[in-house]
Design a protein around this ligand. Sequence first.
Ligand code: SF4
Length: 228
Amino acid sequence: MTESRSAENILQVSELFYSIQGESTRMGLPCLFIRLSGCNLRCHYCDAAHTWTEAGTAYSVASLKDWALAQGCGLVELTGGEPLEQKAVYPLMHALLADDLEVLLESNGSVDIGQVPSAVGVILDVKSPGSGMAESWHAANLDVLRRRAQAGSRDELKFVLSDVHDFHWAMAFIRGHRLQGLLPLLFSPLQPQFPPHELAELMMAYRAPARLQLQLHTLLWPGRQRGV
Ligand code: SF4
């Protein structure tokens, strides 16, 4: 039976590529990336603006699953842009899981993650003031993350920090919401404006319950914004 090409199973895709996972606790693992087009935010430091300045290419859920299965890699990340802006991302997640692929989803924190399957590992951004988008935080997602953690999901929270002010803001956010021990917390310094050693020293001085994360793909392929 041929797949229906309704809006329910068509996605606008910015890039498909195979690379090394540059972020999260899976950093360093070979990984497939399905980067979807479109984003509802406009962060000051956006390094993926092509996802929302260019229309992308239409793919069906079935063709994306076939592409993933043909690559010979068991780990797939759905990213953007903001992948949850496209409703066909849900059938795509289910289709990839059904073929025993490990699926990660990176989301910008402004969209409800309540319908994401518990088998998908969510890497959720918390936009700090330096992004210009801190007001976009969808607060109800914290309850969803707590429920998912109890169900055994492997989610993570990521803070991209622009400066010392962002660091202290993130520490207050973690304390205020009692996030320590709930799930991995990632602190990623915005480079070059926030030197990693300065963030490392702050994390040690203030006993941050977080993991320092440097974007591995930017170290491996400096200056490249696509395909890595
Ligand atoms: S959420 Fe990501 S893709 Fe969207 S504007 Fe911010 S950095 Fe760019």
